[in-house]
Write a protein that binds this ligand. Sequence first.
Ligand SMILES: [Zn+2]
Length: 296
Amino acid sequence: MTTEHFVLHEVVTGVWAAEADLTGASVGNATIIDAGGKTIIVDTFMTEVAAQELRRVSEELTGNQVYLAVNSHWHADHTNGNQVFADVPIVSTRETMERLIEEMMPKGLASWQEEIETSIASLQDSADDDHKAAKQLEQLRHFKNSADTFKLTLPDLLIDGRLVIEGERRIEIETRGKGHTVSDTVVWLPEERLVITGDLCWNGIHPRMHDGFPGAWAKYVEEILDMDPLHVIPGHGRPGDVAALSDLPEYFRSVEVLIDQVRAGTDPKEIPAPAVSMSWHGLGRMQAGLQVLADR
Ligand SMILES: [Zn+2]
């Protein structure tokens, strides 16, 4: 099936990772689950246009309407598409719902629109002969369209622990508290041993840590590893196996030490990647995160 805003990977029969990001409109990954007669969506992308494609494709793939959507955490690239799923229950934790309200009302949307306009203006001149700038401009135009038609659509089915969906496939939606954000939710398919981690896992990419808690994050990932997953659908990057998760606890324990070094005066831009993450992309994201966490 051809898709414009994401790449589909059928990870096990009837479960598709929708990997961001061909046009810049999706940003974070989403997942489609065929639960036998009903379709479940995990995360809703960054923009309305990507979420619309996600919904259309999911209904084509499964032959069924969307029954439920899940927000793994509050970040916009996993929740901004919620308005496309306003007619079905959206599951999250109360903390995730509360953060969505805090971030978007009343100032968040206006400042996002302002930021988009400023970035578009600064890129417009260079975009004609610069491929990277042209790609960024394409993404910003998707953001602008999405911001202009944005309707805050909150989760309305709140979990505090675990929600189990029985049927042809058992699906466990569960939270163990904070990690990548103040509250993260994972989806676990015990028969397939498949875990959908949200942004607790970035596969081969330094994760964004600005809103995170490295110690709790390490522990959360260890608890997921204890479930003995075979298949991992991360919040960013390609779906993979347990190797996508196994280095993360050590990474976050290193990060805790590095934060202390920044507090003691080391420039985070001078800090190299921890040994387990030498091959990962996006070192600048780690360095920026160290500064934010050191200042907190
Ligand atoms: Zn996130």
